[in-house]
Design a protein around this ligand. Structure first.
Ligand SMILES: [Zn+2]
Length: 223
């Protein structure tokens, strides 16, 4: 079955590594027992989480605690995980569990593009990111059997932000409309497409009406 799946992907002339399209992955995923193969591919395709990544993370202006590696029977696995509490002047509510790579990208994004966008559009810095989850051992919503990037702690669902001046921005309430908060959220979602492998906004699909999903999985998607 593994050989069959590989030849299907190879036949379409699409490389097996990072940049093949989401649509192809989804089409292949719908064929019989292929989810097992896709999950294996996912694990190997995720950008490296290793001692080197930990060393790099420690050079950033962040607070985090290292987590012991673990796995679950469904196939979820977290290696080189951390609990990230702060990046620069931004705290992250509940210091969520993230892969080292996701934590690094998030910290760099926060201190770079996120803060500058907040200052430019809203005239204040961000002081906190609110989220509704990072690690969650489950399948992708649309494709049962394929483990979500949340099953590797390689994703975050951002529900809103709190500014230094006290204002709160909520994806659920503020995404729609033409006000400054909506403009800010759309600018953030768009620049997140460069910072992460996947950035999904409420415009992407109905499941994301109340959050921005960012992950460091194996394919790129910006929607
Ligand atoms: Zn998500």
């Amino acid at each position: 079955m593994v050989i069959a799946a590989a030849s299907i992907i190879g036949f379409a002339g699409i490389p097996l590594y990072f940049d093949y399209s989401r649509r192809l992955l989804v089409r292949v995923a719908s064929i019989g027992p292929i989810p097992t193969f896709i999950n294996r591919l996912q694990r190997y395709g995720i950008p490296k989480n290793d001692a080197e990544c930990m060393k790099d993370l420690k050079t950033l202006d962040v607070d985090f605690k290292e987590q012991v590696s673990f796995s679950e029977p469904l196939g979820c696995k977290v290696e080189y995980g951390v609990r990230l509490a702060r990046a620069g002047n931004i705290s992250i509510s509940n210091a969520p569990l993230l892969t080292c790579r996701m934590a690094t990208e998030l910290a760099e994004f926060e201190q770079g593009k996120l803060q500058s966008t907040a200052k430019r559009i809203l005239g204040s810095e961000i002081k906190r990111i609110n989220h509704i989850g990072t690690y969650n051992c489950r399948s992708m919503r649309q494709y049962k059997g394929i483990i979500s990037q949340h099953g590797y702690a390689n994703a975050i669902d951002v529900s809103g932000f709190v500014l230094k001046d006290g204002r709160a921005i909520s994806v659920a309430k503020d995404w729609k409309g033409n006000g400054k908060k909506a403009r800010f959220l759309k600018a953030v979602a768009s620049s997140a497409c460069q910072a992460f492998r996947v950035s999904v906004s409420p415009d992407g699909d109905a499941n994301h009406w109340n959050h921005l999903h960012w992950d460091m999985g194996i394919y790129r998607s910006c929607r």
